[in-house]
Design a protein around this ligand. Structure first.
Ligand code: DC
Length: 215
């Protein structure tokens, strides 16, 4: 039986860090699905095409390769904005579905983090988390990260960008970010990374116990 864990949440909520650590501890594959949208946004822009035009983005879809997603190259703050733009297009989301589902089917299981994992990609995931944190705390974290490649960015710039990104990700018509009814809420505002990972692990082991008991 393959274990699948969905980890959705807004930008800078901590879902990536928690997801990666959880994957290491449980020996599961881990995919940051945001990198797919980031790679598409970057490829579209580098080709001189327009991220707001669905057909432009669609023409770049064949260039996406799961095994060549470089988090360092794609991690820049401005690439996140491009990703959020390409992610509104239904044909793009649809085109990325089978890649994500095939990844999730790898034994012994996988953790996928994103925005629509529990709602669309893996609606039957074994465990679903909705990871969030207060907007100001998320902006503070993202600003600290962004300082490495964009020391000119102010906290206020980042706050505005994250607010715009939340707005687009939560209100788009296809697969908006939302907490599904059976997702476990993990609010990381006042948690250290270790505490957040420990809480997530407890929920996964509860799931395992209930599965072993046939509940
Ligand atoms: O998780 P991230 O910040 O790297 O994601 C970048 C953008 O990609 C995000 O603003 C929305 C989009 N995205 C999405 O729509 N669905 C996903 N499963 C993952 C990311």
């Amino acid at each position: 039986m393959i274990l699948t864990i969905a980890m959705d949440g807004p930008a800078a909520s901590g879902k990536g860090t928690v997801g990666r650590r959880l994957g290491d501890k449980l020996g599961l594959h881990y995919l940051d699905t945001g990198l797919l949208y980031r790679a598409l946004g970057q490829a579209t822009q580098q080709a001189g095409l327009d991220c707001d035009r669905e057909d432009d983005v669609l023409s770049m879809l064949p260039s996406i390769d799961l095994d060549h997603l470089d988090p360092d190259r794609l991690g820049a703050h401005q690439v996140g904005m491009l990703a959020s733009k390409v992610a509104v297009h239904p044909k793009i989301r649809n085109g990325l579905l089978s890649l994500q589902r095939d990844f999730a089917a790898r034994a012994p299981g996988a953790i996928l983090d994103g925005r629509d994992i529990a709602s669309v990609v893996l609606p039957h995931a074994s465990v679903k988390f909705y990871v969030t944190a207060d907007l100001t705390e998320r902006a503070r974290r993202r600003h600290a990260d962004a300082m490495r490649d964009r020391p000119d960015l102010t906290l206020d710039d980042v706050l505005k960008d994250i607010t715009a990104r939340d707005e687009r990700d939560m209100n788009r018509s296809t697969a908006p970010l939302r907490q599904v009814a059976d997702a476990i809420l993990l609010d990381t505002t006042h948690l250290s990374i270790d505490e957040a990972v420990a809480q997530a692990l407890r929920h996964v082991s509860l799931h395992d116990q209930s599965r072993n008991l046939g509940v």
